[in-house]
Design a protein around this ligand. Structure first.
Ligand SMILES: *Cc1c(COP(=O)(O)O)cnc(C)c1O
Length: 388
């Protein structure tokens, strides 16, 4: 065991089951370990390094801002935060943005917006948030309560009250749940990521959005993983032709620095007022400057490339030896393999490709600009790792 591995094992809290490699550096979609071995990065730090490792444009934006001012708190105006908020609104038609530092923190804010809206509009007893079974919304006690997977809850009860779960793609069950509770919001991932890369059925998403609108129930779409170009649209909800009231996002938004955002539609843009919410690091100038360089480059041309490269992956892997099914959209792909997913990921790593898992699937979240030749190389390795 190397020195760093043993120090980490002794001093870093044991919440992660790390693979036995130490990454030292990289460029774009290629990373190297401390033995000098090269890997193609098909996981991007769980969908975070949207334009790859040490991407020049992102790095320049970050370094430029670092040499001006790295943090000022939200007591003052700073340019990157304001510009990023405007850019996100222009790209989505949303009206205002709240910035935090992570996906869970974005979801906490989204939930607060929904509860305050419902309290103001319908009464304080309208606090129930409906989420879907098999969902994932984060690790804080409130976002754990939102997460519809019991095994995450077990040892941490009592969780924040007021959350109920209903099966995905069962619209009648959702309506029943909404009617038997005083419902503030419905919260969905358009593609359940941690749950196994499972896109919701389009009909269910549309009916849910319509039902929420008709009943003045806030529709929150959790785009922490699916957002920022990942699915071949700027946000995954755009694949479904719906208009959420609140969108939470994080992961790929910052290109590698911590940032989370909550996009607020016109209906809810003024729900939170002075003192209702805050975050010391929220809208940090360096994270925001990096995020601007990411969001500016997610244009129609890039999204079309994501879609066509995604089709390549689907075409290559669907029906391949040892592959049972391929799910997902754009560059958020789940592969149901005949071998256990963990074994496939291990074989890929040995052969120089880093992949993720999601439940029983192998999960791919490559960088949005992965070059075609590198993608082909990675897919060939994945294919042979899946083969019986
Ligand atoms: C990763 C993820 C989160 C949690 O994000 P953190 O930044 O780890 O807090 C929440 N929702 C979804 C859908 C995610 O994929």
């Amino acid at each position: 065991m190397s020195n760093i591995t043993s120090i980490d094992k002794e001093y870093v809290a044991g919440t992660y089951n790390r693979f036995p490699i130490e990454i030292s550096h990289g460029k774009g979609s290629e990373v190297y370990d401390t033995d000098g071995k090269r890997y193609i990065d098909m996981g991007t730090g769980i969908g975070v390094t949207a334009f790859g490792i040490a991407d020049d444009e992102w790095k320049n934006a970050v370094v430029d801002q670092l040499s001006k001012v790295q943090h000022m708190s939200n007591l003052y105006y700073t340019e990157p935060c304001a510009r990023l908020a405007k850019l996100l609104c222009e790209k989505t038609g949303m009206s205002k943005v709240f910035f935090g530092n992570s996906g869970a923190e974005a979801n906490e804010c989204a939930i607060k917006v929904a509860r305050k809206y419902a309290a103001d509009k319908k009464g304080k007893d309208y606090f129930t948030i409906i989420t879907l079974e098999n969902s994932f919304h984060g690790r804080t006690l409130t976002t754990l309560a939102a997460t519809g997977q019991e095994h995450y809850h077990e040892l941490f009860c009592p969780l924040t009250p007021g959350f109920v779960h209903t099966p995905a793609n069962d619209f009648d069950a959702l309506v029943k749940t909404a009617e038997s509770n005083k419902t503030a919001a419905i919260m969905i991932e358009c593609i359940q990521g941690e749950g196994g890369v499972l896109p919701l059925e389009a009909d269910f998403v549309k009916k849910t959005a319509q039902y929420a609108a008709e009943n003045d129930i806030i529709l929150i779409v959790d785009e922490v993983q699916t957002g920022n170009g990942r699915t071949g649209e700027m946000y995954a909800y755009m694949n479904f032709g719906i208009k959420p009231d609140v969108v939470s996002t994080a992961k790929g938004l910052g290109g590698g620095l911590p940032i989370g955002a909550v996009l607020l539609s016109d209906k809810v843009k003024n729900v939170l007022g002075f003192g209702d919410h805050g975050s010391t690091f929220g809208g940090n100038p360096v994270s925001s400057a990096g995020a601007i360089s990411i969001v500016e480059r997610i244009d129609d041309k890039l999204l079309a490339e994501v879609k066509s490269k995604s089709k390549y992956i689907f075409d290559e892997l669907s029906g391949a030896d040892g592959v049972e099914a391929v799910s997902g959209m754009g560059f958020m792909i789940g592969i149901k393999t005949k071998k256990p997913a963990g074994d496939v990921v291990k074989a890929c790593m040995e052969n120089g490709v880093l992949c993720l898992t999601a439940k029983d699937k192998v999960r791919l979240l490559p960088s949005l600009n992965i070059p075609m030749d590198i993608l082909k190389e990675a897919v060939a390795v994945i294919k042979s790792a899946c083969a019986q």
